[in-house]
Write a protein that binds this ligand. Sequence first.
Ligand code: 13P
Length: 341
Amino acid sequence: MTLNNLSDLNAIARKMTAKGKGILAADESTGTIQKRFDKIGVPNTEENRRDYREMMFRAKDGMKHISGVILFDETIRQKAKDGTPLVKLIEEAGAVPGIKVDKGTKPLALEPGQTVTEGLDGLRERFVEYHKLGARFAKWRATYDPTKPSHNAINANAQALARYAALAQENGIVPIVEPEVLMDYDNDIDACERITEWVLKETFQQLYFAKVALEGMVLKPNMVISGMKASKRAGVEEVAERTVKVLKACVPSAVPGIAFLSGGQSDEEATAHLNAMHAFDPNLPWSLTFSYGRALQAAPQKAWSGKAENVPAAQAAFAHRAKMNGLASTGQWKKDLEKAA
Ligand code: 13P
């Protein structure tokens, strides 16, 4: 089957990865946002989750640098305090609303320590509903432990990513394909590079078998980086060079854009790495930007801490991070800009 909506999908994918902007990953599940709220002492209620996200979506200075927002199922149905759907706030800010559709990682049978992402059952029907609710892109995340490579896990996850991506395109929704080699281990950068390359090669092979149109998708990869617990971690230049090298070897130029996850890097580290990639190679074949969760939200979460009177300070903290990453996405970020703020 040929897609009759490919030019629409391509236009959305380009808007999501437009120059100088990036994606806000605000799709934490109720369990994940609990961990974030615990750190700032905020009870994990539906109202607090709404107030927190409404604070970001109404932050005009921050949203100027945001091209798309990934939402969780609860959020795409929620209304702001004044009754405006949150999706409408995002659209009014000029960003594309998106939806996380995977149901999380589960242990892979007979493979201790490996996971496979679930959520394919009923996905076609869910896409139809999410499209009606305003979603124009979706996200599916698979994770891999770089210290325990497994062909079976890489293959199972690549097939699931491809089936998800095909279903999304069939329903007029741009798939963000997110194969994440995790950064929480003690591995060196070589291990991350090897597994990232393997995962990307396998993922693009399965996308091909599933007839996914590369022009209508966005890739969300990890950076090639040392594990957070490694005794010696590679520097910014090395991360940038190795990441660009692997992406060029694995990602066809038909893909309009690549948007990185932050994966537990500090705010500034995630910004510096993205910036250095553009400095290293100003003529990349795809748009290369961010789709950060933690690296965009840690500062505003702390500033907000669940108090209405802190909303302006939290919005300023969000605007600062979004602006810094917007600059990094074109190689124009400088460390002094952090201090100036
Ligand atoms: P982090 O940037 O916090 O890794 O989150 C991005 C994301 O969407 C993970 O799926």
